[in-house]
Design a binder for this molecule. Structure first.
Ligand SMILES: [Zn+2]
Ligand SMILES: [Zn+2]
Ligand SMILES: [Zn+2]
Ligand SMILES: [Zn+2]
Length: 418
C-alpha cells in the first residue's frame, strides 16, 4: 500500500502545521537567520499557529509510543526506545537530580525521509531555585551553555525503522511496537535503568538518588521478599509476584499528571469566541485562576511598555485561554513574548550542536500547563511566563538518537525576588 506520510499525521494529531524548509522567497538576504528584533512589534500574524490543549487521555493506550503521541506529564513515550539520553545529559545542571518529563510533541517533517517520524521532548527540573539559576546560564554565549535545568531533545526516524511498522497505526487496539525498549528506572519510569539493585538484582535505576528514594518508600521490604521467593523455588511465597510486577510500574508519585495534547489551528478561534472556545470539553477551569494571577502580575509591572506588551499578549491568548502550547515551524514565525524584558537577541540563540547550522523557533509552552499540573501558586513553586523552544532548522542527522536543542525561558519580573 502506498500510504503517504500524511496518513500518520491525519490519523494521529491532525498534523502540526509544517512549512517547507526551502523558502519561496529566494531573493531574501538572510533566509538562514531568525529575526528577533528587540524593538519590533510582533506583526499580528493571524495564520499558521497551531495550538495545543491538555486533555486527560480517554484511552491510556493513546499515549503509548507506537501511536506517536503528543503528551504532557507522566512518563515520556520515547520514539527511539533503546538509545535513550545518557546520564550526562539527563540531569539538572544545578542540583544534579534527574530531570522530570514536561511534554513531548510529535512534529514530523514530511519533506525528508529521515524525519518521517520526529518527536521533540522537553524536560525540566521541578525546582524553581534551579530555574532561577538557569536564567543566568541562558544568557551566556558559546560552550558555557551546558548547565541547564531545562532540556529539549529531538528524536527522528525514517519510515522504515527497527521499532515501528512502516504502515500507519490503525488505532483499533491491535497496534504494537516491533520491539521492546530499554528497561527504565523503577522509580521515575522516565530514564534508562542502568543501575541494578545489588540485593534483588531486579529493580533498576537511572541514578543513586532514585534508588535511595525507592528504597525509603518501600523497596526495602519488597526487595527482601523478592530475594526470599527467588531463593525458594515453587509457589506459595507470599505476594512476591505482585512485588515483581510492581517494579514494572512507576513508583514515584511526584511526576506531573499525564495529559494528551490535542491540536487545533488558532485561526478557528476568532476573538469573539473567547468565552466558549469551541472545544466543549474543557476539564480544568483555568480561567479564573489565571485571570487573578495575571491581574496581580499586571500590578507589579512598573513600565508602561511592559503593561502594554502584557495586555496584547493576553488579548491574543484570550481567544483560547486554555492553550498550553503554540506551534509554528515557519522561518518567519516568531514566539509570542508575554514581556519585553527577558527576550533573547539573535546572538543569544546558539547554533545547532551537531551541524552548526542555525536554530529556528518551533514552539512555545504556556504557563497554563502549570495549572493542569497542579503546581501550587507559592513563591518558590515552578513558574514561567513562557518557555520557547528553538530547534535545528535543517533537523539534521547526528550519530546520537536524542539530539539536544535549545530552550529559552522567560520568567515574570517578580521571579527571583523572593
Ligand atoms: Zn535542579
Ligand atoms: Zn529514575
Ligand atoms: Zn532490590
Ligand atoms: Zn543541526
Amino acid at each position: 500500500m502506498a500510504n503517504s506520510g500524511m496518513d500518520y499525521q491525519l490519523q494521529g494529531l491532525n498534523s502540526l502545521r509544517i512549512t517547507p524548509l526551502d523558502d519561496d522567497e529566494e531573493d531574501q538576504d538572510e533566509p538562514q537567520e531568525i529575526e528577533i528584533d528587540e524593538d519590533e512589534e510582533e506583526d499580528d500574524d493571524e495564520e499558521g499557529v497551531t495550538l495545543g490543549f491538555a486533555e486527560k487521555p480517554k484511552n491510556p493506550r493513546s499515549v503509548l509510543r507506537h501511536l506517536f503521541p503528543s503528551k504532557a506529564g507522566g512518563v515520556p513515550a520515547w520514539l527511539d526506545p533503546v538509545d535513550l539520553p545518557p546520564e550526562s545529559s539527563r540531569t539538572c545542571g544545578f542540583c544534579g537530580d534527574p530531570l522530570q518529563f514536561l511534554l513531548q510533541i510529535y512534529a514530523p517533517i514530511s519533506e525528508k525521509e529521515s524525519t518521517f517520524h520526529r518527536t521533540l521532548f522537553v524536560f525540566m527540573c521541578p525546582s524553581m531555585a534551579c530555574l532561577l539559576r538557569d536564567q543566568h546560564e541562558q544568557w551566556k554565549h558559546g560552550e558555557e551553555k551546558l548547565r541547564r535545568s531545562v532540556k529539549v531533545f529531538r528524536c527522528q526516524l525514517p519510515r522504515s525503522n527497527h521499532f515501528y511498522s512502516s504502515e500507519p497505526p490503525k488505532h483499533d487496539g491491535t497496534d504494537k511496537p516491533l520491539s521492546t525498549g530499554a528497561v527504565l528506572c523503577s522509580w521515575c519510569g522516565t530514564w534508562k535503568g542502568e543501575k541494578v539493585c545489588s540485593s534483588c538484582r531486579k529493580a533498576r535505576y537511572c541514578s543513586e538518588k532514585h534508588q535511595a528514594m525507592h528504597w525509603r518508600s518501600g523497596h526495602k521490604n519488597d526487595c527482601r521478599q523478592i530475594i526470599i521467593s527467588s531463593q525458594s523455588s515453587g509457589p506459595g511465597h507470599g505476594n512476591s509476584g505482585e512485588k515483581l510486577a510492581a517494579l514494572e510500574k512507576v513508583a514515584c508519585r511526584t511526576l506531573w499528571c499525564e495529559y494528551e495534547i490535542l491540536i487545533e489551528e488558532e485561526c478557528i478561534y476568532d476573538s469573539n469566541m473567547s468565552e466558549d472556545n469551541g472545544l466543549g470539553t474543557s476539564i480544568v477551569p483555568a480561567n479564573n485562576k489565571t485571570d487573578e494571577s495575571f491581574q496581580s502580575l499586571l500590578d507589579k509591572f512598573e513600565a508602561n511598555d511592559d503593561k502594554k506588551k502584557w495586555a496584547s499578549f493576553q488579548e491574543r491568548i484570550a481567544r483560547a485561554p486554555e492553550q498550553v502550547l503554540r506551534y509554528c515551524r515557519d522561518l518567519m514565525a516568531k514566539p509570542l513574548w508575554p514581556l519585553l524584558i527577558g527576550r533573547p537577541s539573535k546572538a543569544d540563540i546558539p547554533k545547532c550542536n551537531y551541524c552548526k547550522g542555525p536554530l529556528c523557533y518551533e514552539f512555545q509552552i504556556m504557563p497554563q500547563l502549570l495549572y493542569y499540573f497542579d503546581v501550587k501558586n507559592d513563591p518558590d513553586s515552578l513558574d514561567w511566563a513562557t518557555v520557547v523552544v528553538f530547534t535545528c532548522q535543517a533537523s539534521c542527522e547526528a550519530s546520537i538518537a536524542y539530539k539536544e536543542e535549545f530552550a529559552w525561558v522567560q520568567l515574570y519580573p517578580s521571579a527571583g525576588t523572593l
